[in-house]
Design a protein around this ligand. Structure first.
Ligand SMILES: Cc1cc2nc3c(=O)[nH]c(=O)nc-3n(C[C@H](O)[C@H](O)[C@H](O)COP(=O)(O)OP(=O)(O)OC[C@H]3O[C@@H](n4cnc5c(N)ncnc54)[C@H](O)[C@@H]3O)c2cc1C
Length: 372
């Protein structure tokens, strides 16, 4: 393709990484045909179906993405699952550039006995349900008085907060009333939040812990040893956030959230439905059994086995994942490129870098359509 031409671009996936990529490429190629495909009828991926519904400020990034379609001439084609409804080869033959921005949608498994029992739910499933994802339903979900959450990252913090918010309040931010009544039901008395990391390495953001302190009628406890000053100020902030949460919570509240640090999940027991989760202390090997009517796993995400497009199927000797180059004219960006880490702004930085690689390849005449 010559320098005086503009490339045609297909982006597969309309989450933040796909939308930011469209933004960067639109700036460099004001006249290029840019199309974003998504398997769902509506755009924005996890911004719509992952980010908690009570975090309207975070979700508001969709307003700038709206402008892509309303003002900047980027086309959105929904309800097309690339790899199923349209093959990737077809797409690569039609467009000069194809960018895979399909994310990682499957809940990472614990890999322990009993995980398949009724009552064990991935956080992806629960957060999609809360956000009204068209693939999810309430079918088979049964909670109870005690929920154990495995994982202590920000998704776990979202689950604690949403479970303890009044259903009416959840409905007020758009959660389906039936879903709100189930997730935040009034019988819920105890949440145990268990992580394999010590408090110093736990994955949550301090702001997310501080937010928990605003929920009424909850007592917080923690089994982390009271530590003195740590060297690293970020670590100290995490320790302080948990200690403050615990110290300021009412002793006589009707609900309790217990943080357990340094415990590795080892087994889930119960007949058909879960009844307890067993953990082993990382350092001493001591065992702890926590009664559970339901367990949420919140230990990260991975590629779904049924994913219609698999990144690694396209890896060859010319692949450079560092810059998002998968094959000639084929790129990857966002969670699919770098793994399930990082917030929405991290995808902007990622999209910038991959767009720069695309622009460089265009300028070096490296973009030739791949024929089927
Ligand atoms: C529960 C949860 C809460 C989060 N909360 C926050 C938060 O509060 N703040 C924050 O900054 N970050 C948050 N994040 C992280 C943030 O959502 C991710 O960093 C970001 O969404 C990753 O962007 P992505 O574009 O790579 O993937 P995604 O957002 O997952 O987008 C992938 C898109 O590709 C589509 N797709 C998949 N396969 C195909 C196919 N074969 N054909 C066509 N389309 C396809 C999907 O439908 C989806 O729209 C949260 C993540 C989760 C899981």
């Amino acid at each position: 393709m010559g320098q005086n031409q503009v490339p045609t671009v297909a982006i597969v996936g309309s989450g933040p990484s796909g939308c930011y990529t469209a933004q960067f490429l639109r700036k460099r190629f004001p006249d290029a045909q840019i199309t974003i495909f998504d398997r769902l009828p509506m755009p924005y991926g996890l911004v719509r179906f992952g980010v908690a519904p009570d975090h309207a400020g975070t979700k508001a990034v969709t307003q700038q993405f709206d402008r892509l379609f309303e003002r900047d001439g980027v086309k959105f084609v929904g309800s097309i699952e690339v790899g199923k409804d349209k093959s990737l080869e077809e797409l690569r033959a039609e467009f000069d550039v194809v960018v895979l921005a399909t994310g990682l949608s499957a809940d990472r498994q614990l890999g322990i006995p009993g995980e398949e029992k009724n009552g064990v739910y991935g956080s992806g499933r629960i957060t999609r349900l809360i956000n009204g994802h068209p693939d999810e339903s309430l079918e088979g979900i049964q909670l109870g008085e005690r929920v154990v959450i495995v994982g202590q990252g920000n998704v776990a913090m979202d689950l604690i907060r949403l479970s303890l918010t009044h259903p009416e309040e959840l409905a007020g931010v758009g959660v389906d009333r039936e879903v709100a009544d189930l997730i935040a039901h009034s019988m819920l008395k105890q949440i145990d939040v268990v992580g394999r990391s010590e408090i110093s390495d736990a994955k949550f953001d301090v702001a997310m812990v501080k937010e928990l302190g605003k929920i009424a009628d909850v007592r917080f406890t923690s089994d982390a040893p009271i530590l003195g000053e740590e060297g690293d100020p970020e670590t100290q902030k995490r320790i302080d956030a948990i200690n403050t949460l615990v110290d300021n919570s009412p002793v006589t509240a009707g609900r309790v959230v217990n943080f357990h640090f340094g415990w590795v999940p080892s087994e889930i027991n119960g007949e058909q439905h879960v009844s307890e989760a067993i953990f082993t202390a990382k350092h001493t090997g001591e065992r702890k059994a926590l009664p559970a009517d339901a367990i949420y796993t919140a230990i990260g995400f991975t590629e779904a086995e049924a994913a219609a497009v698999k990144r690694d199927a396209h890896i060859s000797e010319i692949t450079d994942l560092e810059t998002g180059r998968l094959a000639q004219g084929l790129y990857c960006v966002g969670w699919l490129r770098r793994g399930p880490r990082g917030t929405i702004p991290a995808n902007r930085a990622d999209a910038k870098m991959v767009s720069e690689a695309i622009i460089e390849d265009f300028e070096n005449n490296q973009l030739e359509k791949v024929t089927v």
